[in-house]
Design a protein around this ligand. Structure first.
Ligand SMILES: [Zn+2]
Length: 182
């Protein structure tokens, strides 16, 4: 399920929460819905509201500075637009360029999207050992890219303009969920 993006009262993106958590924050008047999924409704207690895609906190929350997007498998697939780094076909798996068994880590620069066939073929080897070239170079997502990840947008979808203007240029990345009001 898609998560809901949480904006600070100042419109800076803070974090993502589950839909359930987002609905609770709205029902408790701690947040307002800034954008909702068209046509989708969620029922909570006795009320019904649009499924929130973006909510904004009513009170400003001070958050510790964090610049880098946390690594995740899903994030790698979205960053690489589900294209295999070795053949360009649809990728459903994440390959460690330097295999974990050889000390390669779960980092943005050491992982690429890969189709199951190529991931299996490459196995426990580096691209050079396997004789497989990379079509694209892995990179660390920018704060704007992390927003796309957080929103769970698909290929071709773009950030709403108001969010790009107000949020994506900010230097702070997503905040830890514990910074949010309980
Ligand atoms: Zn492939």
């Amino acid at each position: 399920m898609r998560e809901t993006l949480v904006l600070n009262a100042s419109f800076e993106p803070l974090s993502t929460v589950s839909l359930r958590r987002a609905v609770v924050l709205v029902m408790q008047d701690k947040a307002v819905v800034e954008q909702s999924h068209p046509g989708l409704r969620v029922r909570a207690a006795s009320i019904e509201l649009p499924v929130p895609q973006v909510i904004r906190l009513c009170r400003y929350v001070r958050v510790p500075f964090r610049q880098r997007a946390p690594w995740s498998r899903r994030g790698v697939l979205v960053r690489d637009r589900h294209r295999c780094a070795y053949c360009g076909r649809r990728a459903t798996t994440v390959d460690h360029i330097v295999p974990r068994s050889r000390g390669g880590g779960d980092t943005w620069l050491n992982t690429v999207a890969a189709c199951a066939t190529d991931n299996h073929r490459k196995a426990d080897r580096t691209p050079a050992q396997a004789g497989m070239g990379l079509l694209t170079k892995p990179f660390e997502p920018t704060p704007a890219d992390s927003l796309l990840l957080a929103l769970g947008l698909k290929d071709g979808e773009t950030l709403p303009e108001w969010l790009t203007v107000r949020g994506a240029g900010a230097s702070s990345g997503p905040a830890a969920p514990e910074a949010l009001p309980a």
